[in-house]
Design a protein around this ligand. Structure first.
Ligand code: SAM
Length: 262
């Protein structure tokens, strides 16, 4: 009898064991013949194998070399799958083609850096379907005025559209994580929807405003953006950061960069 694989906590290994959830994931992704799918962290193949039946081209990126022999065996019947024993954070996914479809039950410890890494490759991504911890998902999908609306919401939302599809309870995984998860659909915004001119400047403003989120913008952005600048683009300086919608932040960054502080 094969020994049960011992999950590695430091690699965020919580394997999906719930067939109903796996089916819901497949229904959401709807893989098609010759889609180019990039899976981050195939683990023991819980999603990879069912997707392979769709005849899609799959690139599965798994960092844990102890899982590779088992995966190779399970994926043997599917010649359109390529396994990459690599760290997804350093993997140049643009080398795999265009209109990529990203999928993954992401390792929770690095879900945010992985999402920002994907954001950097948005030009070659068609869509992504990912499982992450609910707490981070709530921040990505928060609307203005909500306590979860923050720096992450704005910096990610400037470039990507995130839709919450469903939640998954911790009992659907082995080992059982402490937290609930959410399954999300994330698509890059079109270039015409992204207006930010200088990402560094945007990031500076957003960081400063949200690091003192209880203060009014007038106070938190003192020295960086004047009242006049805010008023000229219809932002009241007495508002707080969490009240300003995503698109207004790039407008504020663009305007304050090209005009003098007064
Ligand atoms: N997809 C499988 C499932 O749903 O059962 C496994 C999901 S598990 C939450 C996350 C997987 O990502 C693990 O297999 C882990 O080894 C892998 N992983 C962790 N860090 C990684 C990294 N930097 N690059 C690629 N894979 C990684």
């Amino acid at each position: 009898m094969a020994l049960k694989y011992r999950a590695k906590k430091n690699l965020g290994q919580n394997f999906l064991i719930d067939d109903l959830i796996i089916q819901k994931i497949l229904d959401a992704i709807r893989p098609k013949d010759n889609d180019i799918i990039v899976e981050i962290g195939p683990g023991q193949g819980a999603i990879t194998v069912p997707i392979a039946h769709s005849n899609a081209i799959i690139h599965a990126i798994e960092i844990d070399r102890d899982l590779i022999p088992m995966l190779q065996k399970k994926l043997m019947p599917f010649p359109k799958i390529k396994l990459h024993n690599q760290n997804a954070l350093n993997f140049k996914i643009s080398d795999l083609g265009n209109n990529l479809r990203i999928i993954g039950n992401l390792p929770y410890n690095i879900s945010t850096p992985l999402l920002f890494n994907l954001m950097g490759y948005r030009e070659c991504i068609y869509d992504s379907h990912v499982m992450i911890q609910k707490e981070v998902a709530s921040r990505l999908t928060a609307i203005p005025g909500n306590k979860n609306f923050g720096r992450l919401t704005v910096m990610f939302g400037t470039y990507m559209k995130t839709k919450h599809l469903f939640d998954v309870t911790n009992t659907s995984f082995d080992p059982t994580p402490k937290v609930t998860s959410s399954f999300l659909n994330i698509r890059p915004k079109l270039n015409s929807e992204i207006t930010v001119k200088n990402e560094y400047h945007l990031s500076r403003i957003v960081k400063q405003a949200f690091s003192q989120r209880r203060k009014t913008l007038r106070n938190s952005l003192k020295g960086l953006v004047s009242d006049k600048m805010m008023e000229n683009i219809n932002i009241r300086p007495t508002k707080r950061a969490e009240e300003i919608p995503i698109f207004k932040w790039s407008e504020l960054a663009n305007y304050s960069e090209k005009n003098d502080y007064e």
